[in-house]
Design a protein around this ligand. Structure first.
Ligand SMILES: [Fe+2]
Ligand SMILES: [Fe+2]
Length: 286
């Protein structure tokens, strides 16, 4: 099994003539399935696909890692390049009314609750469906092929991985903590072990990896690619995460997006050649 991952958009770019933005979108090609993991924030992923000469007409499925704008906003533009109806797999809660809380910040004085920033999907479901998106939404894992499976809801098992309390959801007339039940990843079975494709890993990178092992029965993680959401993690969490990555003998950690410079430096220092940046234009063959 060969897995080829082309990062179409990320916070940074690896070479000229590509666009960067706060967001993530990766094209993942396996022997029997081609899928997009997330869509980035804007049309940048679609524009980069054109600039890279990467055709998207072969995309079978789009997986949505969670309902934040930086993973979903580029869907409509990508649909224009896919040019056919396509299955979009995620959790029902991607359509939750999601907010980030910025206490004390007054960006717009005349908006009374401007400390609450809407960070959910920036279009209506009907609009996406009109463009060809065919949603398959559920809490359970979905096998997309014999060797590719979505995580479904990821149990919170480690004691050191917690969800950012500033992430909220508007429900029943009030802001509540967003527990991100929609936080999904994708696992690919290969001869060398599992390849884990992450979006933001809001529920914790290790919780995601443990979920993949439990779900597939595979006993090794070969590679981890995508967002790790370690940007606000303290040193203790970063250290425990690194310790577990080493214990699991992960051979490739290609970190993106919400990893943050501090955690990226710590990962590079601890993992050496096993670590790499994964930004727009990067192509990884596993
Ligand atoms: Fe997110
Ligand atoms: Fe994100």
């Amino acid at each position: 099994m060969t897995v080829r991952i082309t990062t179409l958009v990320e916070n940074t770019v690896s070479w000229a003539n590509l666009l960067a933005e706060w967001g993530l979108c990766m094209l993942v090609e396996t022997d029997n399935l081609t899928f997009l993991s997330d869509t980035g924030t804007t049309s940048a992923a679609a524009q980069n696909a054109l600039a890279l000469g990467v055709p998207l007409t072969g995309v079978d499925v789009i997986t949505i890692s969670h309902g934040h704008f930086d993973h979903t906003g580029g869907l409509l533009a990508l649909m224009q390049l896919i040019r056919k109806p396509v299955q979009v797999v995620g959790h029902p809660q991607i359509w939750g009314s999601k907010y980030a809380y910025h206490p004390g910040e007054k960006m717009l004085e005349y908006v009374t609750d401007c400390e609450y920033e809407y960070i959910g999907i920036p279009y209506a479901r009907a609009e996406a469906e009109r463009c060809g998106a065919r949603f398959t939404l559920g809490a359970d894992p979905v096998w997309l092929s014999d060797t590719v499976v979505t995580s479904g809801e990821v149990p919170m098992k480690t004691e050191y991985e917690t969800i950012d309390p500033m992430l909220l959801v508007w429900e029943d007339g009030e802001y509540k903590p967003d527990l991100l039940p929609d936080d999904l990843s994708v696992f690919i079975k290969t001869e060398k072990g599992l390849v884990a494709i992450l979006g933001c890993a809001h529920r914790g990178i290790i919780n995601h990896l443990w979920r993949g092992l439990e779900l597939t029965g595979v006993d090794t993680i070969y590679a981890v690619v995508g967002g790790t959401h370690l940007m606000a993690a303290d040193d203790e969490r970063i250290e425990k995460t690194i310790r577990e990555l080493k214990r699991l003998n992960v051979e490739v950690v290609a970190a993106s997006h919400c990893t943050g410079l501090h955690a990226a430096c710590a990962l590079e220092h601890a993992l050496g050649d096993a670590f790499r940046f994964n930004n727009a234009g990067t192509r990884i063959t596993l």
